[in-house]
Design a binder for this molecule. Structure first.
Ligand SMILES: NC(=O)C1=CN([C@@H]2O[C@H](COP(=O)(O)OP(=O)(O)OC[C@H]3O[C@@H](n4cnc5c(N)ncnc54)[C@H](O)[C@@H]3O)[C@@H](O)[C@H]2O)C=CC1
Ligand SMILES: O=C(CO)COP(=O)(O)O
Ligand SMILES: [Zn+2]
Length: 355
């Protein structure tokens, strides 16, 4: 008897384009949401976009509340839940980079409230995913949550953000190559469930982004358009999979370790990009595809080595050799990479040993 079932949660409305920040309230109306919104944001995004979103509701006679989160943590999720309770909020709007959107997503899920995602940076593929990524002690949780009901991505706002945020989003997408390889490996060796559709979508998203690298340039609003579409597509792959597997493998574990070893030094997307050069080498060896991964990062203006991340060689190696411990997710790191092997991989690929 065939008893398999799945439940794929996807956003209903994806609104992308020039000036769409001014249409957040319209997007909310289109979802038949009413009542008081709680805006969940971080300091810079609040100034850049939060106030403008609040004004749209005020003009319609609704007084939105705002809570500002400083970090991605379970404490911040609780802060948002408490703020939603105090404000008697009817739905949440996450405004900012990956951290406030993740926190808003998880709080909305806990409270059974709808969420609208308003990214202010094209820096990560969590803008529509049904996941929240949060560190806790020695581990890093990838928490299931309802995806946003709508995402409103204003290309004018995103292209005015510091360019490094956009190159971080590109690198988060490039890392899909190795994430999919890790997922396939875990499927072969550990019988982890694999979705051909999610794997193919994730990989194709990376390929299409790299093919369009020539159109992704600082100051070009079309760049934000191309990158956002890739971020949405990658987030949908995660929703289809019901896991972050299509977009998060060993390179993400290494990046999560870097967040602990060298907090606040480099952007998530940049870290996963550099780490994927090394994990691609571990997958396919000296003559393998690590050069293509590095070239793709370079063509999109993302860092390709530890020095560009601002991370010391020793710290990078520590992250590689300890990354397997932080999550029960089988990857090319297996049960751990020996220090000499890590050094060899990072040196051959030019990730460490630079100036
Ligand atoms: N849930 C998921 O599926 C995913 C979650 N993530 C998570 O997202 C986080 C990384 O996202 P980031 O955006 O890099 O972090 P972030 O939210 O800390 O933003 C990075 C910086 O950019 C600033 N910023 C945002 N918009 C700006 C603008 N328009 N102009 C100037 N500055 C602006 C922020 O204030 C912050 O200082 C990590 O915690 C990562 O684990 C990443 C990918 C997928
Ligand atoms: O960053 C991610 C995908 O780009 C997801 O990260 P997690 O695996 O920690 O949820
Ligand atoms: Zn990521």
């Amino acid at each position: 008897m065939f008893e398999k079932s799945t439940w794929i949660r996807l956003p209903r409305n994806v609104v992308v384009g020039h000036g769409v920040l001014g249409r957040v309230r319209e997007a909310v109306d289109d979802l038949y949401l009413d009542g008081t919104p709680l805006l969940v944001t971080s300091p810079t995004p609040y100034e850049l976009a939060g106030e403008r979103v609040a004004t749209q509701f005020e003009a319609a006679g609704v007084e939105p509340e705002t809570t500002v989160v400083e970090e991605a943590s379970f404490g911040a999720v609780e802060q948002v839940m408490a703020a939603a309770g105090e404000a008697d909020a009817d739905f949440l709007i996450g405004i900012g980079g990956g951290k406030p959107i993740d926190i808003a997503k998880m709080a909305a899920d806990e409270l059974d409230l709808a969420l609208v995602s308003v990214p202010t940076a094209a820096s990560h593929d969590g803008i529509v995913s049904g996941r929240g990524s949060v560190p806790e002690g020695d581990t890093r949780h990838s928490v299931a949550a309802d995806p946003p009901l709508a995402v409103v991505a204003d290309t004018e706002l995103l292209s005015a953000a510091p360019w490094r945020l956009t190159t971080a989003g590109c690198a988060d997408i490039i890392s899909n190559y190795t994430a999919v390889k890790d997922w396939q490996l875990a499927h072969r060796l550990k019988n982890v469930e694999y979705s051909e559709y999610a794997g193919a979508l994730s990989q194709m998203t990376a390929e299409m982004l790299v093919e369009r690298a020539d159109s992704i340039k600082r100051g070009l609003e079309e760049s934000a358009w191309i990158v956002v579409k890739a971020l949405v597509s990658s987030g949908v792959a995660m929703s289809i999979a019901g896991s972050s597997r299509p977009a998060s493998g060993a390179e993400h574990l290494i990046s999560h370790q870097l967040d602990r070893i060298a907090p606040g030094t480099a952007l998530h997307g940049h870290q996963v990009g550099v780490a994927s050069v090394v994990t691609e080498y571990l997958h396919s060896g000296t003559d393998g595809e690590w050069r293509s991964v590095r070239a793709a990062l370079e063509s999109l203006g993302a860092p390709t080595d530890a020095a560009e991340l601002g991370i010391e060689d020793g710290a990078f190696l520590e992250a590689v050799t300890t990354a397997h411990t932080i999550r029960n997710r089988y990857t090319i790191l297996g049960d751990g990479v020996d220090e000499r092997a890590a050094r060899e991989a990072a040196t051959v690929t030019g990730v460490i040993g630079g100036d």
